[in-house]
Ligand binder design. Structure first.
Ligand code: 13P
Length: 253
């Protein structure tokens, strides 16, 4: 049976009360695949969200973390702090963080290692800009990100990482990659992982697609063989839409 993960990235949205309300609405859907679903919230909502989702099977997580355990890093949140909240997942290297907050493959790699050591599942984002796609070098670019981000990570840990392919030109633009474009890159990424490690690691890796995924296009993307789910931004803010995407995945199992 194909494995799926349907992950909602709220980005900088939702107060604590809004997060709890969403959790209540989502739980009321009684999703058949609750264990394959997670919500990635702002730090401020994580404690309340975790309590609201407790016992539902639905996972939750953060959208960033610092790689140092503690210290003089004003404004940052550490892995032990996330661990203390009981988070299951943490997004790393989202293109918005790479673009606006100077995230580099080097810091992404350090963050991956810190999360893996703590037993929190990283959701690593990779993806090319429109400029790179138009130049025809998207695969080379994405392979470069994957190789640099996995540097020094052993096969047992690598297998625990979830990769999200998010072409920057499809994020928040309503311009979804076609299922064929998304499948082509997800299959390519799987091949890169198989090349670094081995076929078994590549085959078992969860590779998600992200970029304007919504209820109306989710099924055609999710039914592609190398797409194991979605990292969903805008359409994850409403429980109805997010649940519809989760149900599209469940219908394919
Ligand atoms: P949208 O679904 O709003 O395009 O955002 C995708 C994304 O960036 C998820 O991390």
């Amino acid at each position: 049976m194909k494995k799926f993960l349907i992950a909602g990235n709220w980005k900088m949205n939702k107060t604590r009360a809004e997060a709890v309300q969403f959790a209540e609405e989502l739980k009321a859907k009684n999703l058949a695949n609750a264990k394959d679903v997670c919500v990635l919230a702002p730090f401020t909502a994580l404690a309340d969200l975790g309590c609201a989702l407790e016992g539902s099977g639905i996972g939750f997580g953060a959208q960033n973390v610092h790689f140092k355990e503690s210290g003089a890093y004003t404004g940052e949140v550490s892995v032990p702090m996330l661990k203390d909240l009981g988070v299951d997942y943490c997004v790393i290297g989202h293109s918005e963080r790479r673009e606006y907050f100077a995230e580099t493959d080097e810091t992404v790699n350090l963050k991956l290692k810190a999360l893996l050591e703590a037993g929190i599942t990283p959701i690593l984002c990779v993806g090319e800009s429109l400029e790179v796609r138009e130049e025809g070098t998207a695969q080379t670019f994405v392979a470069g990100q994957v190789v640099a981000d996995f540097e020094g990570i052993g096969p047992a840990d690598a297998a625990k990482i979830v990769i999200a392919y998010e072409p920057i030109w499809a994020i928040g633009t309503g311009k979804t990659a076609t299922p064929e474009q998304a499948e082509e890159m997800c299959a390519f990424i799987r091949g890169v992982i198989s090349g670094i490690y081995d076929m078994a690691t590549g085959d078992s890796m969860l590779i998600l697609y992200g970029g304007s995924m919504k209820p109306s296009n989710a099924k055609e993307l999710l039914e592609k063989p190398d797409i194991n789910g979605g990292l969903i931004g805008g359409a994850s803010l409403k429980a109805d839409d997010f649940a519809a995407i989760a149900e599209a995945a469940a219908s394919l199992q």
